[in-house]
Each structure stands twice: as structure tokens, then as C-alpha cells.
Design a protein around this ligand. Structure first.
Ligand SMILES: *[C@@H]1O[C@H](CO)[C@@H](O)[C@H](O)[C@H]1NC(C)=O
Ligand SMILES: *[C@@H]1O[C@H](CO)[C@@H](O)[C@H](O)[C@H]1NC(C)=O
Ligand SMILES: *[C@@H]1O[C@H](CO)[C@@H](O)[C@H](O)[C@H]1NC(C)=O
Ligand SMILES: *[C@@H]1O[C@H](CO)[C@@H](O)[C@H](O)[C@H]1NC(C)=O
Ligand SMILES: *[C@@H]1O[C@H](CO)[C@@H](O)[C@H](O)[C@H]1NC(C)=O
Ligand SMILES: *[C@@H]1O[C@H](CO)[C@@H](O)[C@H](O)[C@H]1NC(C)=O
Ligand SMILES: *[C@@H]1O[C@H](CO)[C@@H](O)[C@H](O)[C@H]1NC(C)=O
Ligand SMILES: *[C@@H]1O[C@H](CO)[C@@H](O)[C@H](O)[C@H]1NC(C)=O
Ligand SMILES: CC(=O)N[C@H]1CO[C@H](CO)[C@@H](O)[C@@H]1O
Length: 892
């Protein structure tokens, strides 16, 4: 939430409300100001030459993908019977703080459709009680465990359903983590499109199996927090523009969204930032073109909160749901849709078939997840912890409601949370088998990151402080802790001889005895831009990639005094470890990411050897931030609009380091175990013959797309019902005098607007794209044997290397598949199967607008199989059909 920012903007921009109702005048002010000349305004910036957001109209209608046919057929019967008021109701939020959830639509009681409740976050049910604070997305990614990812998604879905949430606002795959300092990378699964894609797809399948509608977000290019939003009114200081070329868009940033759509996700949220200079909530090529045509998305597209900047424009560009319903400024009872959408239908500007499609998508999604069958109503309030209170806190006079029933939805989900947090823990270093520790050892524990926040575990709003153990980042992507099992408490439960120094400055009182082991806890935090924490405005703008609170110095001081130091790091993203990683007494390092409520037990499970660590890094740890190109740094202020141009293209994280022969400190995928594994008996099997282009897609089947009357409805359908009890500031579909609405002149549609459907995109054809893109091209098997002395799990990763004669500039290796073994006892083995699809071998050809395999008759595809991107010696070849070990790694 960013209410503070908005309210500040409201106060500082006193004429804002007037400008809101009279936008053209404000546009004049801006253009007048511009005509005064750049010298009086100062530096300004606009989208670089060549980046364009081309028009793409009209919005493709939903209903043509077979998996959704039954739901659309049900929706059609409802929508065909709806009045204009009912249709508009379902598209528009009732307003900020105008209901129990972070957002809710209006309702259609005649059809049993309640106000649909939308609620954060990707790691738990936000702003309420008696829920599980699950480990964050980055922690899930570090497990590399698909079954656990599904289990967490399922548990999250059960909690959402139990609280009466219809649409849960997660998972997050954008940001992808392009910028190591970016504030919200931790909400997603790691800096790789395949890791993000699998994390999202498994989470979505789990969540939606419970009936909740999952929301994959933020579409797209939301890679930094600073300047992400419009400063009202739109035009004075526009949201940052992420300028992304088409190939990079397809191969990196849109990849996880395509997989989310393929897995059947019901909702997509657009991002705050613009893309190529066009706001994401009304970017027609992105929503109409990419999501709804090429990727065949059948669900609903919603705006991020208060990011809608136009009514007709967003409707025509494919937005289906405006959240939380308000216009630029909340709490005024003003909207771009609601009553304005009614007007724009009655005056003929927004075609009725666009509104019908919006509503059909929403109702069909509701049916697709089975929410017509016994789905609970919200039994909590995100606005208050009190049992009763105003139903609509933003209304001046609100009726009183039962606000919280304190329904406990945690069930046994603490186990899932602990399993994820434990399996994520990544052992980067373990000299001389320092770990696991013996519970009889003598431990000196340092760092406030080992304890619970002494001011209270939920004392900072949306975790907007870095006090105590870092279990999640800050912002809307959080949940309240029901409890927080702090590491120091868990250590004390297991070991008797523990001295804790709750300080981040090395205490002069610390004593050293022979055999003492120092355990040093450090962290690095980030979050959402509406809070600045210790000088970091969401992004790690002030801390950089170093530990907070002088954590590096704390490790160094401990290492100077103790001969054995174990470092535990809770972090949102990569941190630089160069200051201490090679100190002789720093024997072991564990990255525990953001473990949520089970921070303690999950860590001691590993520290004391109940389980072998099996987490692997979901990004690289570089030696220096300057190892990355400057385009991956945060971009600073520019007047008018901040430009963030993705000039590095495909080269982020390991893709960039590999291309430039830069050795990281720890490579993407690195992670050690207490045991050892061998990879033997690898095989490759060709399944589908390689062809440059995929089989041609089928034409879009149109027979199941609902067809409705397009006659403009009677104005009386949006008249206030007689005796209606209006709540002031509530957003309604009704008009005071609907019969007075006429088309007063011709509406100037956006350039390129048409109501004639576009030709079927060659890369489309079903949910996610052309189904042939998911044809299996090769399968692999490899035997993993536990060759060490204790039980453990191993991750097997597969990276593709394109044929050496390929003309395409392509990263040397790219992750394409992975699996995690079950826990293998000492000496036990498991044969792991992996496969790659057509899409996994394809490049996005911007000219053909299709996925192309660079087939070579003389040079093979190489499939590198190993446990990290930095440890690849085993490769299978496409042409010979052979797999050999002992090869030289393709990357340094
Ligand atoms: C942005 O502009 C680039 C360069 O013209 C183009 O390749 C890409 O498709 C555009 N992206 C979007 C989302 O409009
Ligand atoms: C649609 O596909 C999803 C995921 O593959 C599946 O779980 C669901 O049962 C399917 N629904 C219908 C109606 O076929
Ligand atoms: C309206 O609803 C009725 C009752 O469910 C249904 O029989 C009828 O087909 C619906 N009308 C249309 C046009 O679908
Ligand atoms: C629109 O939704 C509101 C609640 O948000 C409800 O009071 C009203 O009855 C709904 N209108 C219709 C026509 O169903
Ligand atoms: C129709 O109504 C919408 C919403 O008020 C408005 O933006 C648009 O300009 C109107 N169109 C015409 C032709 O008056
Ligand atoms: C491991 O222990 C041996 C014997 O105590 C010692 O000589 C060696 O330096 C240690 N190695 C490391 C990397 O700590
Ligand atoms: C704790 O460890 C210290 C240092 O090794 C030792 O002197 C002390 O006797 C131990 N105390 C207990 C209760 O074991
Ligand atoms: C590299 O892979 C081999 C074979 O799987 C494994 O034995 C070794 O432990 C790995 N090394 C690292 C640093 O991961
Ligand atoms: C079981 C449980 O955690 N119950 C809690 C639900 O929330 C209320 C209000 O915060 C607490 O009082 C209960 O202890």
C-alpha cells in the first residue's frame, strides 16, 4: 500500500483534485510549461528512440481455450441476464478502505456473486491474524523443490479460502531480480526465468486446487521500486518507463507469465511502471497483444492499486478490473470506471462487447475455480484487528460490522513452512566439516538478527523496519506473524552452552574459551517503495549489497577473536561477502533467505545435522557489484519520466557473468551438502525431431466465445434503485440522471484503434502460446547416488548450450529444467528424469514473431547436467545422442 505517498501527493498538490475532474486543463498546464523551454524546467527525459508501445486493438475475447469452455458457458448464462449496473459492479473496486479486503469488487447478488475479495500477499494472508507467515518466494526458489512449492501454494490457498479471500494477490514473478538492489526481488523465486516459471506454476496449481483465484504479478518490467508510480496527476511525473526489446521480453521477462498462464492462473496484475512509455494498466500491445492474444490468457487482468490512469483507454487496452476502484486519488469517491464506465457505455464510447468480455472473464474465472460452490465470505478485516468496527473506514459515516471473526486457518501449515525454510538453507562454505555442530558444543551467538524483534514481532507496519531476525522483506508482500520462532530460541532449545550477545557491534565483553564456536547472524533487507527503512527507499539504495547494521564488521571482529566462526545470513538477495569470506576462521556460511515464522527450527534442523542442507542459490553472488553492467544499477531521478532501458538484453545475473568471463564468488545454483553425490549413467533420448519452426498453430476456435447482444442497454439499468442507502465515497455503477447521457461529439480513440480482430499471432494457439512449444524434444535420465556418509537430497539442473554455429547471440548456458531427489540414504540412488521442450530450445525471432530453433546439422545442442551452473562437467549431445562426463565446463 502506498496511501501515505498518495496522501502526501494530495496535500502537496492542492489543485490536484480540480485537475482530476478537469484533466485537459492540466494537460495544457504541462504543455505550457514544456513550451517555456527546457532551460527553465531543467533536465527532462523521454523514452529512447526505437522503443515503441505499438497499438494493438481490439481486446481478444475470452472463452476459446477448451480448458475454460465449461466455465465460460456458465458465465455466459449469467452475463447475458445481467443489467449494466451488475456488469459494471464486477469490474470496479468499491474504493480504498471501502470493505474488509485490500480490494473488493461490487457484487451481483441476483446471481449469487458477492463482492469479490482481493487480498495480499504472495507469502500469506496479509494484515490479519491466525494465519501462517510462510517463507517468501526467494526462499521457495532456493529449495528447487517442486513438490514443496506446490504444497506451500496449496496451504496458502487453504488459508485464503478459509478467510474468505476470492482472489489472492500472488505469486510474484516480476521483478525477476534483474537489479541486485531491486526492492521486491525477494517476493519472486530467483533471477532466472525458468526458476521463476516453475515456482509460479507450482504455486498457482497448489493455490487454485483449493478454489482461490491466484494472481500472477506484476506485468511487467517492475525491476526497481524508486519512481515506479505516477506522481499525481498523470503527466507531471510519470511512472518509470521500463524500455524492453521484444526478444528480451519474450525470453526473460514474459517467460514466467507464459508458464503461469499455461498452468491456468485466473488473474494477472499489471505493474506500476510503464513499458516503452505506455502505462502498464493501459498498454494495449502488452495486455491485448501479448497476454490475451499470443499467450491466450482466459482470466482477468487487474490494475495494481491506484495505477489506473484512464477510463476509456484502459478498457480498450484490455484491463478487466480496476483496483481498488478509485481514480488517481483515493477517498474522494471518484473513479475512472464505476459510474464513469456506465456513462461510457451509455454514450457509446466503450463498446458494450468490451464490457461484456470483462465481466465474462471475471465470472468465468469465478466458475473455473468453483467459487459458486460454498465459497466462504470474508470473515476478517484488513483494516482493523477489532472484533467490530466501521464496515467502510473511508466513509465519513459508516455502518458498523463484525470486522473480525479470528478464524484460525493455520491447520498444520507450520510444517510446510518449516520444510520450505529448511530446504532453502544453502550452505556456501563448510571448511573442515565444521557443520553440522554438536549440541554439546559451546556457542557464542552474535547479532540482533538471531532474536525476535524486541518491540514485538509485528510492531512495524508491513515489516517496515529491520529489527531482529529478518523473516520477510517489507511492504504489501508480507503477512503478520502468528509467532516467530527466533533462531536464538531454537539454538537454546537444542544446545545447553549458549551465550547470546544481542548486539550488532562486537561486544568487548565477549569471552573466548578453547573450542568456542561463534555463530554470527547478519542480514540485508529491502521492500516496497512506500516505506524508507534505514535510508533504503524500497530498493537497497543506501545499503548496497552489504549486510545491514555493520554486519560485515561484526563477522570480521568475531573472526579475529574466535577460531571457528559460522555465519548465518538472512537476506532478500545477493550480498557481497568479500570482506570476510576468506578469513581463516570463517569456516562455514549458511544463507537462510527469508524464512518466515519458522526461522528457528528450520535453521537448527540444519545446524545440528538433523538434515543435510539441500538449498541452492537462486542467483549468483558476485565478487563486486561492478561485475554487473551499469544498466543493472538503480536509475536516478529524471524530470518528467525516469527511463530504465534494458540495454543488457538477455544478460542478467549468470548470463552476464558467463558472457564476460567473470567468475562469481558463488555461482548461480551453488549449494553444498553434508554428504556427497555422484551423477552417473546419464542418457539422452530424442523424442520429437528438431524443426526450425513449430507446427503451425490452429486457428482460434471461436464457437465457444460467448456472443451477446451489443445494443446499448436502457439508461434505466444504471439509475439509483429506489430507496437505495448510499454510502458516501463508495463507488457505485449508478448515475443520478442516466437518461441525460448522450454521445456529445465523437470520442477520439487512441491512434491505431480498430474493432476488427487482429490476425491470429503465429506464436499463439492456447493458454501460454502455441501448444507445440511444449512438445518434448529430448528426455534425459541420470542416476544420483549418495556417495557420502549421511542422508541428503540433491538438485539436478540442466542448462542448454546452443549449437556453436548458431548465428544468434545467446547466453552461453541457460537453465531449462531441474529436479530434486527424495532424501537419499547413504549409498542409495535415484534415477532422475528431465526433459526439454521446443520452447526451451527456441529463440524469439522478432521478425517472424515466432519461436525458432537454431537447428544445425553439424553442431549439437549441449545439455549440461550438474548441481550448479559453476560445476558442469557432464554433458549430453543432441546429434550423437551421447552423454559424457569429465568435460571442461563451458563457463568460468
Ligand atoms: C518496446 O520497443 C521495442 C523496440 O521497438 C520493441 O522491440 C518491443 O516490442 C517494445 N515492447 C513493448 C512491450 O511494446
Ligand atoms: C484445466 O486445467 C487445470 C490445470 O491443468 C486442471 O486442474 C483443471 O481441472 C482443468 N479444468 C477443466 C475444466 O478442464
Ligand atoms: C438467462 O438465465 C436463464 C435462467 O438461468 C437462462 O435459462 C437463459 O438462457 C439466460 N439467458 C441467456 C440469454 O443466456
Ligand atoms: C452493486 O454492488 C453493490 C455492493 O458493492 C450492491 O450494493 C449493489 O446492489 C450492486 N448492484 C447490483 C445491481 O447488483
Ligand atoms: C463517454 O463517457 C466517458 C466517461 O465519462 C467519457 O470519457 C467520454 O469522453 C464520453 N464520450 C463522449 C463521446 O462523450
Ligand atoms: C582443517 O583442519 C586442519 C587440521 O586441523 C588444518 O590444518 C587446516 O588448516 C584446516 N583447513 C581449513 C580450511 O580450515
Ligand atoms: C560452556 O563452555 C565453556 C567453554 O567451552 C566451558 O568453559 C563451560 O564449562 C561450559 N559450560 C557448561 C555448562 O558446559
Ligand atoms: C560438483 O559436482 C560433483 C558431481 O556432482 C559433486 O561431487 C561436487 O560436490 C560438486 N561440487 C560443488 C562445489 O558443488
Ligand atoms: C489460535 C490463534 O492464534 N488465535 C488467535 C487468533 O487471533 C486472536 C486475535 O489476535 C488471538 O487472540 C488468538 O489468540
Amino acid at each position: 500500500m502506498f496511501l501515505f505517498l498518495r496522501l502526501l501527493a494530495l496535500l502537496t498538490f492542492l489543485t490536484g483534485a480540480l485537475a482530476l475532474v478537469n484533466r485537459p486543463n492540466f494537460a495544457n498546464i504541462i504543455s505550457n510549461a514544456q513550451s517555456l523551454g527546457a532551460s527553465t524546467i531543467g533536465k527532462r527525459d523521454s523514452v529512447p528512440a526505437g522503443y515503441v508501445a505499438a497499438p494493438y486493438y481490439p481486446t481478444p475475447k475470452g472463452g476459446w481455450v477448451s480448458n475454460w469452455t465449461a466455465a465460460y458457458a456458465k458465465a455466459k448464462i449469467v452475463v447475458a441476464n445481467m443489467t449494466l449496473a451488475e456488469k459494471v459492479n464486477l469490474t470496479t473496486g468499491t474504493g480504498e478502505l471501502m470493505g474488509p479486503c485490500v480490494g473488493q469488487t461490487g457484487s451481483a447478488p441476483r446471481f449469487g456473486i458477492p463482492n469479490l475479495c482481493l487480498q495480499d500477499s504472495a507469502l500469506g494472508i496479509a494484515s490479519t491474524d491466525n494465519v501462517t507467515a510462510f517463507p517468501a518466494g526467494v526462499t521457495v526458489g532456493a529449495t528447487w523443490n517442486k513438490a514443496l512449492t506446490y504444497a506451500r501454494g496449496y496451504a496458502l490457498g487453504e488459508e485464503a479460502r478459509g478467510k474468505g479471500v476470492n482472489i489472492q494477490l500472488g505469486p510474484t514473478v516480476g521483478p525477476i531480480g534483474r537489479k541486485p538492489r531491486g526492492g521486491r526481488g525477494w517476493e519472486g523465486f530467483g533471477t532466472d526465468p525458468v526458476l521463476q516459471a516453475i515456482g509460479a506454476a507450482e504455486s498457482i496449481k497448489g493455490m487454485q486446487a483449493t478454489g482461490v483465484i491466484a494472481t500472477v504479478k506484476h506485468f511487467i518490467g517492475n525491476e526497481q521500486e524508486a519512481y515506479r508510480m505516477d506522481i499525481i496527476p498523470h503527466g507531471l511525473m510519470r511512472a518509470l518507463s521500463a524500455n524492453i526489446d521484444d526478444r528480451t521480453l519474450h525470453e526473460l521477462y514474459a517467460w514466467p507469465f507464459a508458464e503461469a498462464i499455461k498452468s491456468g492462473v485466473g488473474a494477472i496484475m499489471t505493474s506500476y511502471n510503464e513499458v516503452n512509455g505506455s502505462a502498464s494498466s493501459q498498454n494495449s500491445i502488452m495486455i491485448n497483444g501479448l497476454l490475451k492474444d499470443e499467450m491466450g490468457f482466459q482470466g482477468l487482468v487487474m490494475s495494481d492499486w491506484l495505477s489506473q490512469i484512464g477510463g476509456v483507454s484502459s478498457a480498450l487496452s484490455g484491463l478487466d478490473m480496476a483496483m481498488p476502484g478509485d481514480g488517481d486519488i483515493p477517498f474522494l469517491g471518484l473513479a475512472y470506471w464505476a459510474y464513469e464506465l456506465s456513462t461510457s457505455i451509455l454514450n457509446g464510447t466503450v463498446p458494450l462487447d468490451r464490457l461484456n468480455d470483462m465481466v465474462t472473464r471475471i465470472v468465468a474465472t469465478w466458475y473455473q475455480m468453483g467459487q459458486d460452490q460454498d465459497y466462504p465470505l470474508p470473515n476478517f478485516s484488513a483494516n482493523t484487528a477489532d472484533p467490530t468496527g466501521p464496515c467502510y473506514p473511508a466513509a465519513l459515516l459508516s455502518p458498523t460490522c463484525v470486522t473480525n471473526q479470528y478464524v484460525n486457518v493455520q491447520a498444520d501449515h507450520a510444517t510446510v513452512a518449516r520444510n520450505v525454510s529448511r530446504e532453502a538453507i544453502t550452505m556456501l562454505k563448510n571448511d573442515n566439516k565444521t557443520l553440522p555442530l554438536s549440541t554439546t558444543g559451546s556457542f557464542k551467538v552474535f547479532g540482533t538478527d538471531a532474536e525476535a524483534n524486541p518491540n514485538g514481532i509485528n510492531s512495524c507496519n508491513q515489516r517496515s523496519c529491520d529489527e531482529g531476525v529478518l523473516g520477510m522483506g517489507w511492504g504489501s508482500g508480507t503477512a503478520n506473524y502468528p509467532y516467530l520462532d527466533a533462531p536464538i530460541d531454537a539454538i537454546k532449545r537444542r544446545a545447553a552452552n549458549v551465550t547470546y550477545y544481542a548486539t550488532d557491534s562486537f561486544p568487548s565483553s565477549a569471552t573466548v574459551a578453547n573450542g568456542d564456536i561463534a555463530i554470527v547472524f547478519i542480514n540485508s533487507d529491502s521492500g516496497e517503495n512506500q516505506y524508507t527503512v534505514e535510508g533504503n527507499d524500497g530498493d537497497r539504495s543506501s545499503s548496497g549489497l552489504y549486510a545491514w547494521h555493520g554486519g560485515d564488521a561484526l563477522v570480521e571482529a568475531a573472526a579475529a577473536k574466535y577460531s571457528t566462526v559460522v555465519v548465518v545470513v538472512h537476506t532478500v538477495g545477493p550480498i557481497l561477502v568479500e570482506n570476510w569470506i576468506n578469513l581463516p576462521s570463517v569456516k562455514a556460511v549458511l544463507f537462510a533467505y527469508l524464512p518466515g515464522q519458522e526461522a528457528g527450527n528450520s535453521l537448527t534442523d540444519i545446524l545440528f545435522g538433523d538434515y543435510s542442507p539441500s538449498g541452492h542459490l537462486p542467483w549468483s553472488i558476485p565478487v563486486a557489484e561492478s561485475n554487473y553492467p551499469s544498466s543493472l544499477s538503480l536509475v536516478g531521478f529524471e524530470f518528467f519520466q525516469v527511463q530504465d532501458t534494458f540495454t543488457e538484453g538477455l544478460y542478467i545475473d549468470y548470463r552476464y557473468l558467463n558472457k564476460n568471463n567473470i567468475s562469481p564468488r558463488y555461482p548461480f545454483g551453488h549449494g553444498l551438502s553434508y554428504t556427497t553425490f555422484s551423477l552417473t549413467s546419464a542418457t539422452i533420448t530424442a523424442v520429437t525431431p528438431l524443426s526450425s519452426l513449430p507446427p503451425t498453430r490452429s486457428p482460434k476456435p471461436t464457437s465457444s466465445i460467448p456472443v451477446y447482444s451489443n445494443a446499448i442497454p436502457a439508461a434505466a439499468e444504471v439509475a439509483w434503485p429506489t430507496g437505495f442507502n448510499k454510502i458516501w465515497r463508495y463507488l457505485y455503477p449508478y448515475l443520478d440522471d442516466p437518461s441525460s447521457v448522450t454521445a456529445s461529439g465523437i470520442y477520439a480513440y487512441p491512434a491505431g484503434y480498430t474493432n476488427v480482430s487482429q490476425p491470429d499471432p503465429p506464436a499463439g494457439g492456447s493458454q501460454g502460446g502455441n501448444p507445440a512449444l511444449w512438445d518434448t524434444m529430448f528426455t534425459f535420465s541420470v542416476k544420483v547416488t549418495n556417495t557420502g556418509s549421511v542422508a541428503g537430497k540433491q538438485v539436478v539442473m540442466l542448462f542448454v548450450q546452443y549449437p556453436s554455429d548458431s548465428a544468434w547471440d545467446t547466453p552461453i548456458i541457460q537453465l531449462r529444467a531441474f529436479e530434486k531427489t527424495v532424501e537419499l540414504a547413504k549409498g542409495a540412488s535415484e534415477t532422475v528424469s528431465l526433459s526439454v521442450t521446443r520452447k526451451d530450445l527456441s529463440i524469439w525471432d522478432v521478425v517472424r514473431q515466432n519461436w525458432v530453433i537454431p537447428v544445425s546439422s553439424t553442431q549439437p545442442f549441449l545439455f549440461w547436467i550438474g548441481s550448479s551452473s559453476g560445476n558442469l562437467t557432464l554433458a549430453c549431445e543432441s546429434l550423437s545422442g551421447k552423454c559424457t562426463d569429465g568435460r571442461t565446463s563451458p563457463v568460468v
